[in-house]
Design a protein around this ligand. Structure first.
Ligand code: FEO
Length: 170
């Protein structure tokens, strides 16, 4: 299917392709990890730590280069949009990072501790993924059209360049 927006105005598709690939990667890793092995759990947690820090960076970049600008623009036009305001409010990233940190301290404990932790981790990751995929879809389907509607071609092109540039430094 042809892209809906020209590349130079599309602020979400490229970074989200990366985020979706990371989701796919951790889902696969999770199914392959043996939670009775301290070494495998440690490896998984390290990878998840890197992944979730990248998600956090993605959120920070979006807040700085997209959400704040869009909110400001909508305020100038006296338009209220709850999606923009609440986009990153209840997003479970901090809880996931905390859970991963807790896991590192459980790695060296008993098999049972790791198995229990594994169950908790699977549930938390499922929960996170169930929110994260629709969250990205919402940004693509609701926020991208708003950006196109309310920013000029040059303004949005500049935002897109900043967003892409900052993601390539991740
Ligand atoms: Fe693009 Fe807010 O995740």
């Amino acid at each position: 299917m042809a892209p809906k927006y020209p590349y130079e105005l599309d602020v979400f598709t490229v970074p989200h392709s990366r985020m979706k690939a990371l989701v796919q990667q951790y889902c696969e890793m999770l199914t392959l990890t043996n939670f009775s092995s301290a070494c495998e759990v440690m490896q998984l947690l390290k990878q998840l730590g890197t992944t979730f820090n990248e998600f956090k960076e993605h959120e920070t970049i979006e807040n700085k280069y997209i959400m704040q600008k869009l909110q400001h623009k909508l305020q100038q036009l006296s338009i209220t949009n709850n999606v923009v305001c609440n986009c990153h409010k209840d997003y479970k990233l901090s809880q996931m990072l905390q859970l991963l940190e807790d896991g590192l301290s459980k790695c060296s404990k008993t098999d049972q501790d790791r198995l229990n932790y594994g169950l908790k981790l699977r549930m938390a990751l499922d929960d996170f993924t169930k929110d994260f995929i629709p969250h990205m879809q919402e940004e693509e389907e609701i926020l991208q059209p708003l950006l196109v509607e309310h920013f000029s071609y040059e303004e949005l092109k500049e935002i897109q360049t900043q967003v892409i540039d900052h993601h390539t430094h991740l």
